[in-house]
Design a binder for this molecule. Sequence first.
Ligand code: ASP
Ligand code: MG
Length: 402
Amino acid sequence: VNIIVQKYGGSSLSTPDKFLALAREIAKRSERDDRLVLVVSAMGDTTNNLVALVRELSSNPPAREMDMLLASGEQVSIALMAIALHKCGIDAISFTGSQVGIKTSPAHTRARVTGVDTSKVGAELDKGRVVIVAGFQGVTESNDVTTLGRGGSDISAVALAVALGAQRLEKFTDRDGVFTADPRIHPGAHRVPHLSYEEMLEMSHSGAKILHPRSVFFAMKYGLPILVRKSLGHGAGTLIDKGERRMEEPLLSGVTHDASVAKVSVYKVPDKPGMAYKILKVLTDQEIPVDMIVQSTTESAVNDISFTISKSDLNRAVELLQAASGDVEGIEVRASPNVALVSLVGLGIRTNAGIITRMFQALSEKQINIQMIATTDVRISCIIDEASVEEAVRTIAQTFDL
Ligand code: ASP
Ligand code: MG
């Protein structure tokens, strides 16, 4: 028998009706002989609401207690899911992350999975039950509850699927798979039937919210196929795997965008060893992730360094940098919150340099100014004015027939 792990996100679980509708679908499916493990997130906006609740109490809550609180959201979902399945005549049992032995590092609110004990889930599956596991959470060696970082249920689902030797992970979302662009911005966008891990990873890193980037990386490491499908739908979805059958398929997989990024520029940085290190260390010491980094080379004694960070980290980052650079003559820190990232992803970028030129041409024809550029093997990303991001997505999608 095959084990299938299914992951359901908060938007598929926002009301009791949605639990029931899902349970009915699962009831139909479980007549087949697949063994089913469901990994669920907290209902709707529950996690955001819990975070907001804490903000009213403290700006600096202990991370251990944040985890205690945030893990409660998923505990509500697993129980409701089990109750809904029982109502539809399905024998199901729910477990928290700690009950099924999802072991993690002790880094509260951003823990990493270190191992999964599958004996309990295995025994329940053998009894013919549907097993429901709380996503996003685990437990340390010393029995403290942890969470894996926001959006971390995808990571739980991959961890369980890998540990159980599941045939695949099915990730349910609002759309029938991964699309070439956000259809709300570019209505002509279409479903991509097949993606390699590498392409999905780049799409996740550049704003596609389909899968947590850590979960894609994890699946790639173990070769676990992921099928992205629509909640309760019957479409074919998008299959993400090693991508071996892609020889005759299109070379570009999509255009992504991310308006949650901000740009920081540090001007007049003395051109000498150690300056980039000092600037970045100020941020990484405070665990502020830095993404694109661009240094301009000039012939003068100073350089400009720009990088992107999350908009939510911007104020703190600028304060830290200003405090740290106070003693460096002439240095200047400037924040640009009103930017966005637009990216073109595809294996073809590796072999076809003309793609980059065509993308830049398309942006220039719309008078969209490129503030920063970064490329990887399979992705071209530009930082542009936030107000132009939708137009940029459309024009790139049209240029490449995406
Ligand atoms: N409920 C958690 C969050 O909203 C985990 C998840 O949804 O994957 O971040
Ligand atoms: Mg959520």
